[in-house]
Design a protein around this ligand. Structure first.
Ligand code: 3PG
Length: 396
């Protein structure tokens, strides 16, 4: 793909930059500015080149209709604060209002257009809408890995009309992800957690072919324990997927990928904060109990397995981490991975909303080699899929 440097002289040029300002809000304020901060290097670099920077983003899922609750006007000041410079808000995405506002821009100015998803043509990737977007700029830069799995007008269609490049954040993300999964230093461990096997089947199938060790964690592990014939009491699981879990274990054995499952677990009779807990061997869970976290021996054995690895890719928590005391397994392993990374022994890449929240809880976001803010895009990348927003940037 092209980088910003390949776009030539940008002085006075209108540069359309697709960012992902789909940020969490609380009480009308941006509650996590990570995605805003990730856009800064590209925006700054373009300003230094004298470009007129026109930011495009979606925000929420307004279903093709204008909706004041999902207006990007709510985000513009938070971004201006991050940038330390004024950012103009344009209350339109295309059309005369947008054209007139952009016509007034000076080199170095930064404007944010209204939510692309206020137009149903955005998600339809309707060619006329993509052409209208493209008419607002001279070149296009995509800096939104986390939206690159969407073949929408602002992530894919527009790039067909203009000289296009990957922004600095996107290029960095692709480099780290490639280093972790396409061409990892081995041994490589993957950790896949979360509630359901059904949403991560493609990820598991892809990873058994790529990882040397695969930790299956969270609610997903329960389905695998069932597949091994263990009693799991009232634990969350997908009994329908027991044959699938057996199939994955058999394929992993053929591929030389070690699947790691909990040896011991933390159980409770009810799922609530501060519930009375017990540690049980994974094959000794009682009928009235549910598995809510890893036990201490499991944590130790995963840490030991990780110790011998050079690369880690992590998506999904290992227990019900949002409810104490069931955060311990996820947090302890995250701290251990962070320690190895800090010591230069491990390349650690993590992604996904829950995973980032768990790493933040453990206080280790900055110690991981790379933390992706992407959710769906990170999963599709782990599945080995080609993301349409990246594909369209490939050098022709
Ligand atoms: C995300 O938050 O994962 C991205 O912004 C994509 O949002 P979407 O799932 O609504 O397309």
């Amino acid at each position: 793909y092209n980088t910003i440097e390949d776009l030539g002289d940008l002085n006075g040029k209108r540069v359309l930059v697709r960012v992902d300002f789909n940020v969490p809000m609380k009480d009308g304020k941006v509650s996590d500015t990570t995605r805003l901060a990730r856009a800064l290097p590209t925006v700054q670099a373009l300003r230094e080149k004298g470009a007129k920077v026109i930011l495009l983003s979606h925000f929420g899922r307004p279903k093709g209709e204008p909706n004041p609750e999902m207006s990007l006007e709510q985000v513009v000041q938070a971004f201006a604060n991050e940038l330390g410079a004024p950012v103009g808000f344009v209350p339109a995405t295309v059309g005369q209002t947008a054209k007139d506002a952009i016509a007034e821009m000076q080199p170095g100015d930064v404007y944010l257009l209204e939510n692309t998803r206020f137009h149903k043509e955005e998600e339809e990737n309707e060619p006329g809408f993509a052409a209208d977007l493209a008419s607002l700029g001279d070149v296009y830069v995509n800096d939104a890995f986390s939206a690159a799995h969407r073949a929408h007008a602002s992530t894919e269609g527009v790039a067909r009309h203009l000289p296009s490049a990957a922004g600095l954040a996107l290029a960095k993300e692709l480099d780290y992800l490639a280093a972790a999964l396409s061409n990892p230093e081995r041994p490589m461990m993957a950790i896949v957690g979360g509630a359901k096997v059904s949403t991560k089947l493609d990820v598991l199938n892809e990873l058994i072919a790529k990882a040397d060790k695969l930790v299956v964690g969270g609610g997903m592990a329960n389905t695998f324990l069932l597949a091994m014939g263990f009693e799991i009491g009232k634990s969350l699981a997908e009994p329908d997927l027991v044959p699938t879990a057996r199939d994955i274990m058999a394929k992993a054995a053929d591929a030389g990928c070690d699947i790691l499952l909990p040896k011991d677990v933390v159980v409770a009779e009810e799922f609530k904060a501060g519930a009375k807990t017990h540690v049980r061997a994974a094959d000794a869970v009682r009928p009235n109990e549910m598995i809510l976290d890893l036990g201490p021996d499991s944590i130790d054995s995963y840490a030991e397995a990780l110790e011998g690895c050079k690369t880690l890719v992590w998506n999904g928590p290992l227990g019900a981490f949002e409810t104490e005391p069931f955060h311990v397994g996820t947090v302890e392993l995250a701290k251990y991975a962070a320690k190895l990374s800090k010591a230069g022994k491990l390349i650690s890449v993590a992604g996904g909303g829950d995973t980032v929240a768990a790493l933040a809880m453990a206080g280790v976001i900055d110690d991981f080699t790379y933390v992706s803010t992407a959710g769906g895009a990170f999963l599709e990348w782990m599945e080995g899929k080609t993301l349409p927003g990246i594909k369209v940037l490939e050098k022709k």
